[in-house]
Structure formats: structure tokens, C-alpha cells
Write a protein that binds this ligand. Structure first.
Ligand code: SAM
Ligand code: SF4
Length: 348
């Protein structure tokens, strides 16, 4: 085990002046998503180009700095924290950060610590994730066909993801599968994936593709409105809208035939910004107040300027005053991304 992992972790810091973060539109910010790396061991065609230029490693915050930043947000009212990426489990020593953040769960300052993963490294980390206080995870899976899986991820191996899912369930982690709906690729497979997920006690959420970052393909060809997908599923299943919420943007239905839950994330056809409760931190300490806007705050400078968290706290407060009302995603006919950065920078 690396020495970092054995480093004793300081108790959860709580700021004396901690106040809830309320944005200019009256929304409380209680959910932080952290992209711990922009790197990934897959190259999903809708997410990345095959030849990506990643951030220089020297620009990354250390895991200790990420812990300090996340802890400052928790002290200011964040109750749910999701690690994402890139692929969070490919960041070196990532379990050090997960364990460090787990102390906030133990102390009752955080309701949920979770992550979104492609599942490739899950088999070896599942038991430790549970031990650190993680109880639910999202696994991204767009197809159950090994050849199609290889095609969409370019580099991925479906059998490893399946092993990861099995190990995670064995470790006691609840899993939600996330599938990006891609026209002509998996739109006819979603019914099958639904049976697969529900048959194994997992929820399934389908997501519309968002125009983020330059990729090698045409997004207008890939885009599949979920209203269309839902109508198609309704020919086979009885879907009943429910009020179930996980703190994220998905709207859920129960599927009568399987007894399981199906979520829809529809940033394109139904904008969910009015109830947005989250902000996103990158691995270089940049805070994006909206996934679909370019405005950002540099928290790395504030973090490094002083050991006193008061400075950082003020920088976070200032950033929250700039949280915009919403995003303006459209699938542009000229195939231009709405924001230049890839999803892997801000995290999905
Ligand atoms: N690598 C991890 C994974 O795949 O789960 C975490 C990061 S990934 C960027 C998070 C989620 O964003 C995945 O479910 C992925 O399918 C989704 N995603 C990536 N690019 C997207 C895009 N342009 N539109 C919609 N979803 C996207
Ligand atoms: Fe990697 Fe996740 Fe993007 Fe796929 S969606 S390339 S697994 S970051």
C-alpha cells in the first residue's frame, strides 16, 4: 500500500462562519461534483476524440488539496459529493481521497459520497469503496454487446465492466446504470438493458447527448430525444411517473412489468436548470457553476494563497453569486460544441 494511504487524516474541519450557499436565483447549492482527473482508459466516441490532449500532471491539485477543497464545500453546506472524471478510478491513489472524504460521512456532515465510473477498475476497488462509506455508485454502460461496447468506448472490454458490476454488488454497493441514448446505436437495445438492470436489482437511467467538446463524430447523427425513446418503450412497458429523486437531474418512472426504476436525463428536450443544486470542480481547482456555461472561478489560487480556509470560503461565496440561471445547449447543425471543454473535464 502507498504511504499516502496510511497518512492519518485530520478531523473534518468546520468553518466558524459556515453559511448555506444560496445562489442569486434562490437555489441552495448542496451537491458538489468533482472531476478528479480528465484522463480515462476509454475513449467513448460521444465524449472524447481518439487523440486527446490531457492536462499536464503538474497542473493537478494534489489529493490532499482536493480533500481540503471538498471539505470546505462540506463545511458550507454540501451534503452530497460525487467523484467523477475522466475515469475517477484511474487517478493514482484515488482511494486516499475516498477514505479522507468518508470521514465526513462518519461525522454526519455529508449524506452521500458516491462516484460515477466506467466500471473498468471497479472489481479491485469495490470492497474498499464500501468500507470508506460509499453506498451507491453510477456505472456508465451504453450496450450489453461486447463488440458494440468496444466500438463505442474504442478501448473498453465489456467483460471487465461486468466483473466490476458483480464485485460491486457483492460488496454491498447499490448500482445505477447510466446509458447515453445514441440514435442507431443503442436506441433499440434500451428495452433489453432495462430487463438486464432490473433483473439484477439496478436502476437504469438514460441520458441525452450533450454538445460538449470536439469529438470525431457528428453529434446531430447521434442525438436521440428521450421523448421519442420513451414513446417507443411505452409500446412494450407500462411506465408510471414517480416523485423519486436522488439529488440529481433525472426524472423517474417505475416500470410495471419489471418493478424497477427508469430515469430520464433530458438536458436537451427538457431543461432542468430551475432546480439545479450543484456546482462542479475540476482537478485543477476550477469551479464551474454550470455544466453548460463557460464562466468559472479559480479556487486553486485561493486554496494556495493561505492555509486559512476563510480565504477559500470567500472565493467560494463569490463564485456562487455568479451561478447562472441555466444552460443554453442546442445540438448545432454546424456540429459546433456548445462549450469547448469535454465532459471529462467538468465530469458528467
Ligand atoms: N468515466 C466515467 C464514466 O464514464 O462513468 C465518469 C465520467 S463520464 C464524463 C460521466 C458520464 O457522462 C458518463 O455516463 C458518460 O456517458 C456521460 N457523457 C460523456 N459525454 C457526454 C455527452 N457529450 N453527452 C451526454 N453524456 C455524456
Ligand atoms: Fe471515459 Fe467516461 Fe468519457 Fe467514456 S464517458 S471516455 S469512460 S470519461
Amino acid at each position: 500500500m502507498n504511504s499516502l494511504v496510511n497518512t492519518p487524516i485530520a478531523p473534518a474541519p468546520l468553518l466558524a462562519d459556515s453559511r448555506p450557499m444560496i445562489d442569486p436565483f434562490g437555489r441552495a447549492v448542496t451537491y458538489l461534483r468533482v472531476s478528479v482527473t480528465d484522463r480515462c482508459d476509454f475513449r467513448c466516441t460521444y465524449c472524447m476524440a481518439e487523440n486527446m490532449t490531457f492536462l499536464p500532471k503538474k497542473d493537478l491539485l494534489t489529493l490532499e488539496e482536493l480533500d481540503r477543497l471538498c471539505s470546505a464545500f462540506i463545511a458550507k453546506g454540501v451534503r452530497k459529493l460525487r467523484l467523477t472524471g475522466g475515469e475517477p478510478l484511474v487517478r493514482k491513489n484515488i482511494m486516499f481521497l475516498v477514505r479522507a472524504l468518508g470521514r465526513h460521512i462518519e461525522a454526519g456532515h455529508l449524506d452521500e459520497l458516491t462516484l460515477t465510473t466506467n466500471g473498468s477498475q471497479l472489481a479491485r476497488h469495490a470492497a474498499e469503496l464500501y468500507d470508506c462509506g460509499v453506498r451507491r455508485i453510477n456505472v456508465s454502460l451504453d450496450t450489453l454487446d461486447a463488440d458494440k461496447f468496444r466500438a463505442i468506448t474504442r478501448w473498453g472490454d465489456l467483460s471487465r465492466v461486468m466483473e466490476g458490476i458483480e464485485a460491486a454488488q457483492k460488496a454491498g454497493l447499490k448500482i445505477k446504470l447510466n446509458a447515453v441514448a445514441l440514435k442507431g446505436f443503442n436506441d433499440h437495445e434500451i428495452a433489453n438493458m432495462l430487463r438486464f438492470a432490473h433483473g439484477r436489482g439496478m436502476d437504469l437511467t438514460v441520458i441525452e447527448t450533450m454538445p460538449m467538446g470536439e469529438i470525431d463524430e457528428d453529434r446531430t447523427d447521434q442525438y436521440m430525444p428521450l421523448s421519442e425513446l420513451r414513446a417507443r418503450l411505452e409500446q412494450e412497458f407500462s411506465l408510471e411517473d414517480i416523485a423519486y429523486k436522488t439529488g440529481g437531474p433525472a426524472r423517474y418512472v417505475t416500470v410495471k412489468e419489471t418493478g424497477g426504476r427508469l430515469g430520464f436525463i433530458t438536458p436537451m428536450t427538457h431543461n432542468f436548470c430551475e432546480s439545479c443544486n450543484r456546482v462542479r470542480l475540476t482537478c485543477t481547482g476550477t469551479l464551474y457553476m454550470c455544466l453548460g456555461q463557460n464562466d468559472a472561478a479559480d479556487l486553486r489560487t485561493a486554496l494556495r494563497a493561505s492555509d486559512d480556509d476563510a480565504y477559500l470560503s470567500a472565493a467560494i461565496d463569490e463564485a456562487i453569486t455568479r451561478k447562472p440561471k441555466g444552460h443554453d445547449f442546442i445540438i448545432d447543425r454546424n456540429n459546433r460544441p456548445a462549450v469547448a471543454r469535454h465532459m471529462s473535464v467538468t465530469g458528467g
